[in-house]
Design a protein around this ligand. Structure first.
Ligand SMILES: C[S@@+](CC[C@H](N)C(=O)[O-])C[C@H]1O[C@@H](n2cnc3c(N)ncnc32)[C@H](O)[C@@H]1O
Length: 260
């Protein structure tokens, strides 16, 4: 199975002392940054919305919804959205954005989800799967809560980027963790991500019974070039995130596999 490694260096040492991925401690700052920045607002979110397409009337689970920016955009397009996230502070921001009646749940994607079988037409999972060491249990749950033929639309750190930024480079074919600090208002916050090879991602989807329909490396939104002239060229010419659309089989007896 996976061969996890922690990268040496000051960030990792910090991470061993402090809690990693503590979104509760930087929810406000993360959400503010995510709201209008190049990478989330003019690249990741538009790409997810484009992959989701027409969602009017569809029941959508936003898995790892954070402060609810994608949920809000989907709701604006007519979807009936439910959000789940491990961070109570991120969910509090989502509730502020989406209103007191919004269906929002604190929960860990590693565990059983508090939803019935087939409860959703679509699941969106923006930038959350790379926090999970093992995708198997989470994907099995996401498939369970999707109706037959339902879609999981996911974005993750591009596996080639997560491989090349590490020095020394890890074994590409292993699943490894890497740890480094994000900085919010001058304060370092230790983050840990799980990097896996591309085939491990596609294998995880098909093992969970999904059928792979799309792998996407989209371009930023056209407005990005005018709004972010210094950085949009780099984002346009360098892999950053990888996007997947996978489908639950149309019936309970269907099997997974790559579509042709
Ligand atoms: C990079 S943020 C993305 C938030 C949102 N999807 C977006 O794109 O704006 C990652 C989110 O995943 C959540 N998260 C991380 N690990 C999780 C887990 N095991 N279960 C549920 N949520 C998790 C974090 O709390 C955080 O809100």
């Amino acid at each position: 199975m996976d061969r996890p490694t922690d990268e040496p260096g000051s960030s990792a040492e910090t991470a061993h002392r402090a809690q990693v991925n503590d979104y509760d401690s930087f929810a406000e700052a993360y959400s503010a940054e995510n709201e209008n920045n190049l990478v989330n607002a003019y690249y990741e979110r538009p790409a997810m919305l484009a992959l989701a397409g027409e969602v009017t009337g569809r029941r959508v689970l936003d898995a790892g919804c954070g402060s609810g920016s994608l949920s809000a955009a989907l709701r604006d397009r007519g979807a009936v959205v439910t959000g789940i996230d491990a961070s109570a502070a991120m969910l509090a921001l989502a509730r502020r954005r989406l209103g007191v009646d919004a269906a929002l749940h604190v929960g860990d994607l590693n565990g059983r989800l508090p939803f019935a079988d087939g409860a959703f037409d679509d699941v969106v999972a923006s930038l959350v799967l790379h926090y999970l060491r093992d995708w198997g249990p989470a994907l099995a749950e996401l498939r369970r809560v999707l109706k037959p033929g339902g879609r999981l639309i996911a974005s993750v750190d591009h596996p080639f980027v997560a491989y090349t930024i590490q020095d020394p480079r890890p074994d590409y074919f292993a699943t490894t963790s890497h740890t480094f600090d994000w900085t919010f208002t001058g304060r370092p916050v230790p983050m840990r991500f799980w990097r896996r090879p591309l085939h491990a991602m596609t294998d995880a989807f098909t093992t969970a019974g999904f059928r792979l329909t799309t792998i996407s490396e989209p371009q930023p939104h056209p407005a990005a070039h005018e709004l972010f002239p210094a950085d949009s060229h780099g984002l346009s010419t360098t892999p950053t995130f990888l996007f997947f659309v996978v489908e639950a089989p149309p019936s309970a007896t269907g099997s997974g596999g790559v579509s042709r």
